[in-house]
Design a protein around this ligand. Structure first.
Ligand SMILES: C[C@H](O)[C@@H](O)[C@@H](O)[C@H](O)C(=O)O
Ligand SMILES: [Mg+2]
Length: 443
């Protein structure tokens, strides 16, 4: 039974200077400092449990999101956790429909990232109070309760509450076996860590051969800034991994629609499974055009890490604009909104391959994809979850990878809690790490 009233919400600006090593760099984000607006919820309950929630940001963007979290705080403070999760749809709606904050969304951008941080903390707390990892809390929830967490506004033309319930009911068959399968073998993953755009070739080679030794069979490479450079790097990586292993490419929104088609036609010889974010994440019809043009080359379009909300996903699915759907645990309004996208993907039979390139994203999204396999999709066909090998040491319950697969988390919660010392050292600008860096830069 959930209990307690939220007595305190604190939010921290936590940044890691990843840009110094080019980690996480791509054709658009050339100097990313992996960061998080990190929310801590405390209650008046005697168990002392806290809810931790993050949203992934980059460097200076964090302080803007922190501000938005503080603006949302009155919706959470002094609320009983039982009332929040007992009417989770209503609570989600209240947060996203704040009469003044909605104007700077709605359900998109900074205010939606902040919503995700707050709701991720609520889910963490709920799962902790139930003594279960989040994926298991979801798996054990009956279909009615699950759908009661979803706001179906704007998507009932493709998915009604009844249909969602029906999908979940049908997927009850074989659920136990799928859970056992996950516990024994984990969820298949791919790695992005070898080929960030800012890495020199020597680093790429070294990381690639290490990853091969560790059993990785699926690799993603960043492209999009310079065609000749892309050809060289893609050739290098394809030669290293051989013709059989899977290669994905990610352009991080760099191209116009015709440019995307031309560029990818030139990279087709390296046999990419997908091109990710070829153009603006808002351009649904553009993605559809690219999808259609690249299908004969055997290249699918993947997108989602910067899709604002369920409405954009709905339209991408309706327009047949993508072959792989990439949910993000912090871009959308937390588990609540992601549930609706997982269910729509199931209806349209599009495989979900979550985005995890950021701090904490692997920790979070593994829960959602395990739930998806056990309770929604019931399939591993064409599916894999992204993995990046950065910053896990700062989490209290870091991801466990075995033979290139995510092993199901066993600890209660959403794996969002960071180590106290890591938060302290990386808080911006007063943490020790930043104090040193800022002094060295003469600030
Ligand atoms: C700035 C980030 O590292 C992005 O490059 C990253 O999320 C990337 O798009 C990915 O797919 O992992
Ligand atoms: Mg990407």
């Amino acid at each position: 039974m959930v209990h307690g009233r939220v007595s305190r919400l604190s939010v921290h600006d936590v940044r890691f200077p990843t840009s110094l090593g080019g980690h996480g760099s791509d054709a658009m984000h050339t100097d990313p400092d992996y960061s998080a607006a990190y929310v801590v919820l405390e209650t008046d309950a005697e168990d002392g449990l806290k809810g931790y929630g993050i949203t992934f940001t980059l460097g200076r963007g964090t302080e803007v999101v922190v501000c938005a979290v503080n603006a949302l705080a009155p919706h959470v403070l002094n609320k009983a956790l039982g009332d929040i999760v007992g009417d989770f749809r209503g609570f989600y709606r209240r947060l996203t429909s704040d009469g003044q904050l909605r104007w700077i969304g709605p359900e998109k951008g900074v205010v939606h990232l902040a919503t995700a941080a707050v709701l991720n903390a609520v889910w963490d707390l709920w799962a902790k109070q139930e003594g279960k990892p989040l994926w298991k809390l979801l798996v054990d929830m009956d279909p009615r309760t699950l759908v009661s967490c979803i706001d179906f506004r704007y998507i009932t033309d493709v998915l009604t509450e009844e249909e969602a319930c029906e999908i979940l009911r049908q997927s009850q068959v074989g659920k136990k076996e799928r859970e056992e399968q996950m516990l024994a073998h984990g969820y298949p993953a791919y790695t992005t860590s070898c080929a960030w755009l800012g890495y020199p070739d020597a680093t790429l080679k070294e990381l690639c051969s290490e990853a091969l030794k560790d059993g990785w069979t699926r690799f993603k490479v960043k492209v999009g800034a310079d065609l000749q450079d892309d050809i060289r790097r893609c050739r290098l990586i394809r030669n290293m991994i051989g013709p059989e292993k899977t290669l994905m490419m990610d352009a991080n929104q760099r191209w116009d629609v015709p440019e995307a088609v031309e560029w990818m036609t030139k990279l087709a010889e390296f046999k990419p499974l997908w091109i990710e974010e070829p153009t603006s994440p808002d351009d649904i019809l553009g993605h559809a055009t690219i999808s259609k043009a690249l299908a004969p080359l055997g290249i699918g379009v993947a997108t989602g890490e910067q899709c604002h909300n369920r409405v954009i996903f709905k339209q991408l699915l309706q327009a047949k604009a993508l072959k792989f759907l990439q949910i993000d645990s912090c871009r959308l309004g937390s588990v609540n909104e992601n549930l609706s996208v997982l269910l729509m993907a199931k209806k349209f039979e599009i495989p979900v391959c979550p985005h995890a390139g950021g701090v904490g994203l692997c920790e979070l999204v593994q829960h959602l994809i395990m739930f998806d396999f056990i309770s929604v999709s019931a399939s591993l066909q064409d599916r894999m979850c992204e993995y990046v090998d950065h910053l896990h040491e700062h989490f209290k319950y870091p991801v466990q990878i075995r033979e290139a697969s995510y092993m199901p988390p066993k600890d209660a919660g959403y794996s969002t809690e960071m180590k106290e010392d890591s938060v302290k050292r990386h808080r911006y600008p007063d943490g020790e790490v930043w104090k040193k860096l800022l002094t060295a830069q003469g600030n």
